[in-house]
Unconditional design. Structure first.
Length: 218
């Protein structure tokens, strides 16, 4: 139901980044029918692969900022060898909180509590959780730390967009707003990280084939 925005050739807004399958948003709207993920991955995976192959023909290597690379390395190596909190109880707490607060049935109070808890977990993960330093090549705890960092970001995006959509639509259900509200919410929400801050903005849904008023229910 959500993911990176792509065009028909799987390009994102970030040059050189492609998305396909359930990493990309907009293919199935607000619905998430069983089995669609396989079709998504097969069809759009092939499209993305063809796009990549075509786009690199005759292309020079892109320039990069060495200071930015060094900073990324510094951040991802932060927990290595640090004596601190155990990662796994935090991961369990994140899963339980997400299920209870940002799961199938959502409402404003729970979403706000869940988002607040995610912020606490992110702070603890970055500042106090430590994992073994060796080996580097096959370090499962370090891999789990990196995964949880990404999961916290993804969970925050889900919670923020769910909080903003004060209606129920498709598989998104708000117990405090149980009905669909196409008058106000026939739009998509987008999240963008800039200078360390997450910004939310919206755009109207593009209706290039069928408009809601043209749909007849028997």
């Amino acid at each position: 139901m959500g993911g990176a925005q792509i065009d028909t050739l799987c390009h994102t807004d970030l040059d050189g980044l492609y998305a396909a399958g359930e990493d990309a948003g907009g293919v199935h709207g607000a619905n998430r029918l069983g089995g669609n993920g396989i079709a998504d991955s097969t069809v759009y995976g092939g499209v993305a692969g063809d796009s990549m192959a075509n786009d690199v023909i005759g292309r020079e290597l892109a320039p990069y900022d060495e200071k930015q690379v060094d900073e990324i390395i510094r951040i991802v190596e932060t927990p290595l060898g640090r004596q601190g909190e155990d990662l796994y109880p935090l991961r369990t707490a994140m899963r339980v909180s997400n299920w209870e607060k940002i799961g199938i049935i959502r409402e404003e109070k729970g979403l706000q509590e869940g988002l607040g808890f995610l912020g606490e977990l992110k702070d603890r993960l970055l500042k106090s959780v430590g994992v073994q330093a060796e080996p580097r090549a096959y370090n499962i705890p370090w891999n789990d730390w990196l995964n949880m960092r990404n999961l916290l970001d993804a969970s925050e995006m889900i919670g923020l967009s769910a909080l903003e959509r004060r209606e129920s639509r498709g598989a998104h259900y708000r117990s405090d707003y149980p009905k669909k509200n196409s008058k106000e919410y026939l739009k998509n929400f987008f999240l963008q990280r800039k200078n360390g801050e997450t910004k939310l903005f919206e755009r109207p849904v593009v209706m290039n084939r069928l408009k809601p008023e043209a749909i007849k229910f028997e």
